[in-house]
Design a protein around this ligand. Structure first.
Ligand SMILES: NC(=O)C1=CN([C@@H]2O[C@H](COP(=O)(O)OP(=O)(O)OC[C@H]3O[C@@H](n4cnc5c(N)ncnc54)[C@H](OP(=O)(O)O)[C@@H]3O)[C@@H](O)[C@H]2O)C=CC1
Ligand SMILES: O=C1O[C@H](COP(=O)(O)O)[C@@H](O)[C@H](O)[C@H]1O
Length: 509
C-alpha cells in the first residue's frame, strides 16, 4: 500500500471515529427513576465499554431517595444485569461504576444546589472532570422549570474559564403550544439556546438518521421525491404494548402528546425536508422548521375531517387476552384519553403541494412496527394485465423492527401471457453492515458530550410542532366520546374511513 493510500485510510478512519469528548460531570436529576436505570446509565455503560467516555468523567445522580454512592451503584448494576445480562462485563462495570456518584436532594430546594456546587468542585479536583457540566433533566416534567431556575440562581448555568455547561431536557416538552413557549422562556432565562439539548430518542435511532442518507446520499430518489411522482405518504408508529403501568403519566398525555408531537413530527420532517447545506445543527434544524411551518393549519371547527382518535378496549394480542385501557392501573374508568391518533396533513410548499401525509400511532395494535411508506403514482398507461393485488410502486422505510428498505415494484408473473404482479426488493440494514448498531441514547449522549446538537430539537422546532397539533388538542379536550377499538386491531373504523374518503387505504405492515 502506498503512503498516499495509508494516509487516505487514516483520514477516513478519523472521520468515522469521532474525537473523544472532553472531561465532564453529568448531573442527572431524577436519578432514582426509570429512565436513568433503563436508558441513561446503560447507554453510558455502553460508551464506557466502547472506550468512548473521557478519562475525567463522572455521573452525579440527584433525587430525594436517601442512598449512598455505593447503594446507587448497586441499584444500577442490578438494573443492567436484569435488562441486559448478555452485555454485562464485570471488568467494564468495575471501572465504570467508580465514576457514579449520588447526592440525595430535592431539586426544588436551594440547599441541594449549594451541596451540588461543592460536590462538583471536588470532582473537578479529584476526578479531573475539568469544570465542564451537563445537567440532565430526567425527573418529572413539572420540575423542569423549577430545576433550571435553581441552577441559574446558584450560578451553575454560567460557563467559566473556557469550560462548558449544557442542559438536557427530556420529553414531553410542554403539553401544548403555550406551555412549550413558557418552558422555552424559562430555560432561556438561564441558558443560551446553544447550551440547551431537547431530546427525542427517535433521532438517535440509526434507521431514522438513515432516512437522510437514503434521500441525500443517493441520486436516484431525489428526482421522484415530490408531488409529480408521489401519490401520498403514510407514517406509522404502531405498538403492541399497552401503557406498561404508566397510567398516571398516560392519562395526562395521550397518543398525540406522547408520540405524534415529537417522534412522528420528526419522521415527517426528515421525510419531507429539503437537503440541508451541511449535516450540522443549524442547517438541518432550519430545514425541519421550514417543513413544520409549511404544514397547513388544521381546522379546529372541522377537526373530525382530518383527525381521528381512539381508545383500546379489551382484546387479544399475540394469542393472549389483554385488558382495555380503562381497566389499566391509574386510569379513570371513564377516561377519554386517546391511545390511538391518526391525522391527515398537507405540506403547502413547492415540493409537496397536494400530497397527503397520513400519520397514525396507537397502543395495543397487532404488532410493533414503525415505518414510512412513500406511495408513488401509477404509470399513466399500462399495456399489461395487472394481477389482483398488484399496486403502484411503494418505497417503505422500515425504522423498526427488521430495519431496512423495501421497494415494491411491478414484475412479470412467470408463465404464458403477460400479467404483472407486485414483488418486493428488500434491503435488511442489519445484514448490510458488520458494525453493531448503537442504542439511540448511546448515540445522543455521545453527541451531547461532543457538543453536536444536530440530533436535538431547537426551541422554534418544538413550538412549531405544537402549533400544528394545538387545534386538535383543543377540539379533543371538549369531545366526550372516544371511538373504541379492540386491542389487537389496527384502530377504530373511523381511521379506515379517513383514507377511504380519499379513495385510499392504510397499509397492513
Ligand atoms: N421512562 C422512560 O422510558 C422515559 C421517560 N421519559 C421522560 O423522562 C423523565 C423521567 O421519567 P421516568 O424516569 O420514567 O420517571 P420516574 O417517575 O421513574 O422518575 C422520576 C424521578 O424524579 C425524581 N424526583 C421526583 N420529584 C423530585 C424532586 N422534588 N426532587 C428531586 N427528584 C425528584 C424521582 O426520585 P425521588 O422520588 O427519589 O425524588 C425519580 O428519580 C420524564 O420527563 C419522562 O417523560 C422520556 C422517555 C422515556
Ligand atoms: O417516547 C415514547 O416512546 C415509546 C416508544 O419508543 P420506541 O423506541 O420503543 O419506538 C413509547 O412506548 C412511549 O409511550 C413514549 O413515551
Amino acid at each position: 500500500m502506498s503512503v498516499r493510500e495509508d494516509l487516505r485510510d487514516a483520514l477516513a478512519d478519523e472521520r468515522r471515529v469521532p474525537r473523544p469528548p472532553e472531561p465532564a460531570a453529568m448531573v442527572i436529576f431524577g436519578a432514582s427513576g426509570d429512565l436513568t436505570a433503563r436508558k441513561l446509565v446503560p447507554a453510558l455503560y455502553d460508551l464506557a465499554a466502547a472506550r468512548r467516555l473521557p478519562m475525567g468523567f463522572a455521573v452525579v445522580g440527584v433525587s430525594r431517595t436517601k442512598m449512598s454512592h455505593e447503594q446507587f451503584r448497586e441499584r444500577l448494576r442490578g438494573s443492567l444485569e436484569r435488562h441486559r445480562p448478555q452485555n454485562f462485563s464485570e471488568e467494564v462495570w468495575e471501572s465504570f461504576s467508580r465514576s457514579l456518584f449520588y447526592l440525595p436532594g430535592d431539586s426544588r430546594l436551594p440547599e441541594t444546589y449549594e451541596e451540588l456546587r461543592d460536590f462538583l468542585k471536588r470532582l473537578d479536583a479529584e476526578r479531573g472532570t475539568g469544570g465542564n457540566r451537563i445537567f440532565y433533566l430526567a425527573s418529572s416534567p413539572s420540575l423542569f422549570a423549577p430545576t433550571v431556575g435553581r441552577l441559574g440562581e446558584a450560578g451553575l448555568s454560567r460557563e467559566e474559564d473556557g469550560s462548558y455547561v449544557r442542559l438536557v431536557v427530556e420529553k414531553p416538552f410542554g403539553r401544548d403550544l403555550e406551555s412549550a413557549r413558557r418552558l422555552n422562556a424559562d430555560l432561556l432565562r438561564h441558558f443560551r439556546e446553544d447550551q440547551i439539548y431537547r431530546i427525542d430518542h427517535y433521532l438517535g435511532k440509526e434507521t431514522v438518521q438513515n432516512i437522510l442518507a437514503l434521500r441525500f446520499a443517493n441520486g436516484i430518489f431525489e428526482p421522484v421525491w415530490n408531488q409529480h411522482y408521489v401519490d401520498h405518504v403514510q407514517i406509522t408508529v404502531a405498538e403492541d404494548i399497552g401503557i406498561e403501568g404508566r397510567g398516571a403519566f398516560y392519562e395526562e398525555a395521550g397518543a398525540l402528546r406522547d408520540i405524534v408531537q415529537n417522534h412522528m413530527m420528526q419522521l415527517l420532517c426528515l421525510t419531507a425536508m429539503e437537503p440541508p447545506v451541511a449535516f450540522d445543527a443549524e442547517p438541518v434544524r432550519d430545514e425541519k422548521v421550514k417543513v413544520l411551518s409549511a404544514v397547513r393549519p388544521l381546522p379546529e371547527e372541522r377537526v373530525e375531517e382530518v383527525a381521528v382518535r381512539g381508545q383500546y378496549g379489551r382484546g387479544w394480542i399475540w394469542g393472549e387476552e389483554v385488558a382495555g385501557y380503562r381497566e389499566e392501573e391509574g386510569v379513570s374508568p371513564d377516561s377519554t384519553t386517546e391511545t390511538y391518533a391518526a391525522l391527515k396533513l398537507y405540506i403547502d410548499n413547492w415540493r409537496w403541494a397536494g400530497v397527503p401525509f397520513y400519520v397514525r400511532t396507537g397502543k395495543r395494535l397487532p404488532k410493533k412496527v414503525t415505518e414510512i411508506a412513500i406511495r408513488f403514482k401509477p404509470t399513466p398507461h399500462t399495456p399489461f394485465a395487472r394481477a389482483a393485488g398488484a399496486e403502484p410502486n411503494v418505497l417503505v422505510i422500515r425504522i423498526q423492527p427488521e430495519e431496512g428498505i423495501s421497494l415494491k415494484i411491478g414484475a412479470k408473473i412467470p408463465g404464458a401471457g403477460f400479467e404483472v404482479g407486485s414483488v418486493n426488493m428488500d434491503l435488511l440494514y442489519g445484514t448490510a453492515f458488520l458494525e453493531e448498531v448503537p442504542e439511540a441514547y448511546q448515540r445522543l449522549l455521545l453527541d451531547l458530550m461532543l457538543g453536536d446538537a444536530t440530533l436535538f430539537i431547537r426551541a422554534d422546532e418544538a413550538e412549531a410542532a405544537w402549533s400544528i397539533l394545538d387545534p386538535v388538542l383543543r377540539a379533543w379536550s371538549e369531545a366526550r366520546d372516544v371511538p373504541a377499538y379492540p386491542a389487537g386491531s389496527w384502530g377504530p373504523e373511523e381511521a379506515e374511513e379517513l383514507l377511504r374518503r380519499d379513495g385510499r387505504r392504510w397499509r397492513r405492515p
